[in-house]
Design a protein around this ligand. Structure first.
Ligand SMILES: [Zn+2]
Length: 217
């Protein structure tokens, strides 16, 4: 395509021209801090989850540090409208994440607020989860968790009330006796993951594991 000639794909880090289906060049790839966590054992993201809910397993693909290439990648994922990014992160995950005998039965991704989804265009988390679902042959339940929507009138209520109610989630149908893998982009305090995990845990006799693209350390 003529556009490819005018605007060739460039490495996120050093700006070198690279193939269209890559994010970074081979040299810069070595600077991405993959965590090398073991999904079936204790690791920092699992420790962090354990502080707020009984997590079964947990995994983070990359470490998200100040001024790092990892941060650039996640920024690109969240704010740039490129369909390829979620798929590339899924490929990197597939190459590293081995569920062994602890394979989850259902994948659930953290839903975006509908307005944010419109602003961002692609739902990268959705594309990421779909790619994992296909590879690991685990169904992706798009509907299970919904982000509660609050009207403007409610948003005008006092600040304290607002903090209690915004960003909460609910399960749309009953699920029980399942091992569910909850997927999000960045893990910082774990508040989002924890509130969804409790929805799933309270709904029935389920196990919750966590997979995040990046962990903020
Ligand atoms: Zn580079």
């Amino acid at each position: 395509m003529i556009l490819d000639l005018l605007f060739p794909n460039r490495c996120l880090h050093c700006n070198r021209i690279i193939e269209a289906d890559l994010l970074v060049c081979n040299l810069c790839f070595g600077q991405i801090h993959f965590t090398h966590y073991d999904y079936s054992k204790n690791n920092p993201v699992k420790e962090q989850c354990k502080l707020s809910f009984p997590v079964k397993n947990a995994y983070a693909l990359i470490q998200f540090e100040e001024n790092s290439l990892s941060r650039k990648i996640i920024h690109e994922l969240k704010y740039k409208n490129r369909e390829i990014i979620g798929k590339i992160l899924a490929q990197w995950t597939i190459e590293r994440l081995d569920f062994r005998d602890q394979k989850p039965e259902i994948l659930v991704s953290v839903p975006l607020h509908p307005r944010k989804q419109r602003e961002r265009g692609y739902n990268q988390l959705h594309l990421y989860t779909e790619a994992l679902s296909k590879y690991y042959e685990i169904p992706f339940d798009h509907q299970l968790i919904k982000r509660n929507y609050y009207s403007k009138a409610q948003a005008l209520k006092d600040k304290k009330h607002r903090q209690e109610t915004v960003n909460t989630f609910s399960a749309t149908h009953l699920i029980t006796g399942k091992h569910i893998l909850l997927i999000d982009d960045v893990f910082t305090t774990g508040t989002t993951v924890s509130s969804i995990a409790w929805e799933i845990l309270n709904a029935g006799d389920n196990n919750v594991s966590v997979l995040v693209m990046a962990m903020d350390v």
